[in-house]
Design a protein around this ligand. Sequence first.
Ligand code: NDP
Ligand code: OXD
Length: 317
Amino acid sequence: MSTDRDDAKMTTVLFAAPTLWDEYREELPAALAEAGVKADLVLEAAPEMVDYIVYAPSAPLQDFTPFTRTKAVLSLWAGVERIVGNASLTQPLCRMVDPGLTEGMVEWVVGHALRHHLGMDRHIVNPDHVWNPICPPLARDRKVTLLGLGELGAACGQALARLNFPVTGWSRSPRQIPGLRCLSGPDRLAEALTGAEIVVTLLPRTPQTENILNAETLALMARGAVVLNPGRGALIDDAALLAALDAGRIGHATLDVFRVEPLPADHPFWAHPKVTVTPHIAADTRAASAARVIAENIRRGEAGEPFLHQVNRSLGY
Ligand code: NDP
Ligand code: OXD
């Protein structure tokens, strides 16, 4: 459908994530119109006619070679590990940074951190009606570490810091985020993890981050520490985590993402009493706000301005 009748100035936008079309069929034309972009938004097109591709990992499209005039591939997902190494993709790749996604992640991280901080399970599941007046420490006395201080990690770290948790964050390059103790680089990872009682992993999946939580790094955390992983399954060595949970070195793991999704029915995480599985719902791209991000990038492309949130292909995120 066209958002304008002036075909001479139309830019062709291929929406290559058909399973998501229902969510975007109204939001995206509205956002393109709001951005002043005259677009022909299509579900199918001759590749050589396509100016922009809206992409999601579920998209059947894998070979970008015939898209000779395409100016950018715009991902609806924040994590791009499934497309970033695609050798046929030579066009700029932009990932999703969406206020709705960020808000959702902050809520998931804060909610699950507070569950463990306050020991809520003790009172919610109490079949024997035990009067057990264990008072949790104040947040100011509970050390939290965030691995990843990007769009999501920084927002979650700041939300936790506002609740008075002492938050250490760790990233690849140096960062300065008000209210957070920021460390960076492989040499400071041990320092970031040592003594942490709640560890949140919000790193992208890259060769450098794979298995970043392993037997050695899990052992640095405080005894009984809680791990929250809304980043990617591959950040954790599953076997090392299970061993640490069984030994009591890690108290609980709340996991939203897995190496294989849906998590296979026979995976030990499902039945483990110290693991909570959430089905990759920590944060969802919200069509209303995400459509505006896509439209703004198309506007920028048409105006010759730099794209927002362009992926660094050599870093992999
Ligand atoms: P960003 O790219 O904004 O941030 C990534 C952060 O990780 C940056 O701080 C970056 O460091 C750091 N990082 C990357 N590589 C390394 C490394 N080798 N060593 C140390 N730090 C590193 O990503 P987002 O915050 O937007 O998203 C993070 C991840 O969250 C996504 O990649 C995705 O996997 C996941 N996600 C999960 C969702 C869910 O529902 N479960 C929803 C959305 C995203 P630097 O600051 O120096 O660049
Ligand atoms: C994402 C995700 O990367 O949902 O957007 O995991």
